[in-house]
Design a binder for this molecule. Structure first.
Ligand SMILES: NC(=O)c1ccc[n+]([C@@H]2O[C@H](COP(=O)([O-])OP(=O)(O)OC[C@H]3O[C@@H](n4cnc5c(N)ncnc54)[C@H](O)[C@@H]3O)[C@@H](O)[C@H]2O)c1
Ligand SMILES: O=C(O)[C@H](O)[C@H](O)COP(=O)(O)O
Length: 372
């Protein structure tokens, strides 16, 4: 069995070497010729999988993407050739949630906000949006949720439409897929018109896909604004060639790494391994926990005086998003967007740190910390 995988897919040899011969490729430059004898193809978000890529291959059985986003996959084409397909839903939901949380704490410190007085709008309430909502609610931060697809299917879903979010929120965080068609397209959901509906100081966070925000319109808004608007961008239109003119106006700028915790990326590989085993009808014998390195911080004791304001101090032991903002600003010109993603320094999720206490506050459990 010939297995071809993106070179940026962690642990792929460890998981797949018993199933077949694993060869690695560069996800941006891979060609149809390179994949012509593949039985299994494993990609990340930078590879467009379509007729052009698979035209020379007559035997591929499975295509997997170790991501939740699927805007790079022509699923109709795969179905037309009866090629099984899987993404990795939820693999990086915790990682992105921790990224947004770290960004909120960073903005709160910079602008001296009290987050408990802010209303955060969450657009797209799937794996990431719902986890983020639960996390913010555990921290006593008010949320408004916008997900018209869920609203149509769930009578008890507390939906606010996007216009309401624009008018009422102090912070809006985007967590939708990139869709250009259908009843609820998301391309340029935030555009010149909807930007004009926002409160003048409404902060914007985008860790979904770059084109959910019209980057030209955002630049114009930021350049002409009367009031400072805080902005966090992890994703950009036209990656890897991003609009650097935005950088001076963006508080936190990162290279599409919100989902790149060690666990988040590796869980994507594990999920594809599980799908392959099911497809090939072979037993699942390997688990992510076998391969994860020991974390630098294993456990921490908290006392009875620990309170909500202390949570961010623990979280910062694991991740400070300012590190990633500094990396982009220092090295983008020298190394380029893709190199910075490939060489992303390790980041562990909250679950890697065990909290010890006589009584564990509920919110630490809800945030996903390990409990000893
Ligand atoms: N920056 C990163 O590293 C990173 C990591 C993971 C995911 N992502 C992006 O974030 C997106 C969301 O991830 P997820 O795991 O939560 O996906 P998901 O599929 O679980 O959830 C997406 C949600 O968005 C909703 N939605 C669709 N169209 C909408 C619209 N017009 N308005 C409001 N809601 C809408 C869907 O109903 C769904 O509930 C992914 O599609 C991906 O593009 C980025
Ligand atoms: O859609 C996703 O799951 C994320 O955007 C994912 O983290 C993208 O990262 P990449 O596959 O490019 O490493």
């Amino acid at each position: 069995m010939r297995i071809y995988a993106d070179e940026n897919m962690p642990l792929v040899s460890q998981f797949f070497s018993d199933i077949g011969t694993v060869s690695l490729f560069n996800g941006r430059t891979v060609s149809a010729q390179q994949l012509n004898d593949a039985d299994i193809i494993l990609v990340r978000s930078v590879t467009d999988v379509n007729e052009a890529l698979l035209q020379l291959n007559t035997k591929v059985r499975f295509v997997g993407t170790a991501t939740i986003g699927t805007d790079h996959i022509d699923q109709a084409y795969l179905a037309s050739r009866s090629i099984a397909f899987s993404s990795a839903p939820g693999c990086n939901a915790q990682s992105v949630t921790e990224y947004v949380l770290a960004s909120l704490w960073c903005l709160a410190q910079k602008y001296q906000w009290d987050l408990s007085h802010k209303t955060v709008g969450i657009v797209g309430v799937g794996n990431i949006g719902s986890r983020l909502a639960n996390t913010l609610q555990a921290l006593n931060i008010t949320t408004l949720l916008c997900d018209p697809l869920r609203a149509a299917q769930e009578s008890d879903f507390a939906h606010s439409d996007f216009q309401q979010l624009c008018q009422h929120c102090d912070i809006i965080s985007f967590h939708t897929p990139l869709c250009t068609s259908g009843n609820f397209p998301t391309k340029y959901l935030l555009n010149a018109q909807t930007l004009a509906m926002l409160k003048p100081d409404c902060a914007i966070i985008n860790a979904s896909r770059g084109a959910v925000i019209d980057n030209n319109a955002l630049l114009h808004d930021l350049q002409t604004a009367q009031q400072r608007r805080a902005v966090v961008l992890d994703v950009w239109e036209h990656e890897p060639n991003i609009m650097t003119a935005l950088l001076p106006y963006v508080d936190i700028a990162t290279v599409h790494i919100a989902g790149h915790s060690i666990e988040g990326k590796a869980r994507g590989t594990e999920m594809l391994y599980q799908r392959c085993c099911e497809l090939l009808n072979i037993p699942i014998t390997k688990q992510l926990t076998q391969f994860l390195p020991a974390p630098a911080f294993k456990d921490i004791h908290i006392s009875e005086n620990f309170g909500l304001p202390d949570v961010q101090n623990i979280a910062r032991l694991l991740y400070d998003v300012r590190r990633d903002d500094a990396i982009l600003r220092q090295y983008l010109h020298k190394q380029g967007f893709d190199w910075l993603r490939k060489n992303y320094p390790p980041r562990r999720e909250f679950s890697s740190l065990q909290i010890r206490a006589s009584v564990i506050p509920d919110y630490l459990r809800q945030l996903g910390f390990g409990i000893a």
